[in-house]
Design a protein around this ligand. Structure first.
Ligand code: ADP
Ligand code: ADP
Ligand code: ZN
Length: 215
């Protein structure tokens, strides 16, 4: 099964993608993670993207479509993928449709994770991840069982916070979401692939809602 998780920053896309990966053996394709890896590696794409991402603006369609196109060449995508944070514009959605078509892959569902803005800032500002395995946490809503130790991999090597997870960048990201990304809700609704869940519910509750709409 190939699905898109669609929702504003902080909606819980990454959190739910990792559950689906673990439970159903799908692979998470997060353009945000791929771009952050490019920034860390100092590649040409990374150098171009760094300041744009810190501000909370969108990287060009050309760059992200190129990244996804390359990634879809790899063998592991055959077991099913979760697009997380892609597509984010109508141009990206059209390009994804064309790419999947040429590779003989089908888009089974688009899951919109609907959330009030009021919860999003708190979620993003309190977000951190394990520096080793990437597991996501939250200061109030998803603390590690033991302080400073990753539940997933046991690492004590430290947690990381994203450079763009601050209120100022978040305001820009929310504006960009409403301007450029939210039109995708209508786009996929018209294609009959849209399913909506309540993203403000607890993490486990959202997991259950997603399982239900995908069954
Ligand atoms: P996204 O990938 O959509 O930006 P994340 O999955 O990274 O969002 O979640 C943002 C933050 O909110 C993380 O710190 C995560 O632990 C937390 N979080 C995710 N889902 C929920 C939820 N349903 N309720 C409370 N906190 C959540
Ligand atoms: P969030 O989890 O908060 O939704 P992401 O990790 O998906 O954020 O993305 C972080 C940043 O990377 C975005 O603010 C944007 O600058 C860039 N980015 C990620 N995916 C895309 C995309 N599909 N198109 C354009 N820019 C993107
Ligand atoms: Zn870890």
């Amino acid at each position: 099964m190939n699905i898109i998780l669609l929702g504003p920053p902080g909606a819980g896309k990454g959190t739910q993608a990792r559950v689906l990966e673990e439970r159903d053996g799908m692979v998470q394709l997060s353009t945000g993670d791929m771009l952050r890896a490019a920034v860390a590696a100092g590649t040409e794409v990374g150098q171009q993207a760094k300041a744009i991402m810190e501000r909370g603006d969108l990287v060009t369609d050309e760059v992200v479509i190129g990244i996804i196109s390359d990634r879809l060449e790899e063998d592991d995508v055959k077991g099913g993928v979760i697009f997380d944070g892609f597509p984010r514009t109508l141009a990206q959605a059209d390009a994804l449709g064309a790419l999947l078509g040429t590779k003989g892959l089908k888009l089974d569902a688009v899951v919109e994770m609907r959330c009030d803005d009021s919860v999003l800032v708190e979620r993003v500002v309190g977000r951190f991840t394990c520096g080793k395995c990437g597991e996501g946490y939250h200061r109030s809503f998803k603390k590690p069982a033991k302080e400073d130790v990753c539940d997933k991999c046991g690492s004590t090597g430290g947690f990381k916070q994203r450079a763009d997870d601050n209120e100022e960048s978040m305001r820009t990201r929310l504006l960009n979401y409403y301007k450029d990304t939210s039109p995708l809700i209508g786009y996929y609704h018209a294609k009959d692939t849209l399913q909506t869940v309540d993203g403000t519910a607890d993490i486990d509750d959202v997991t259950a809602q997603i399982a239900k709409v995908l069954s």
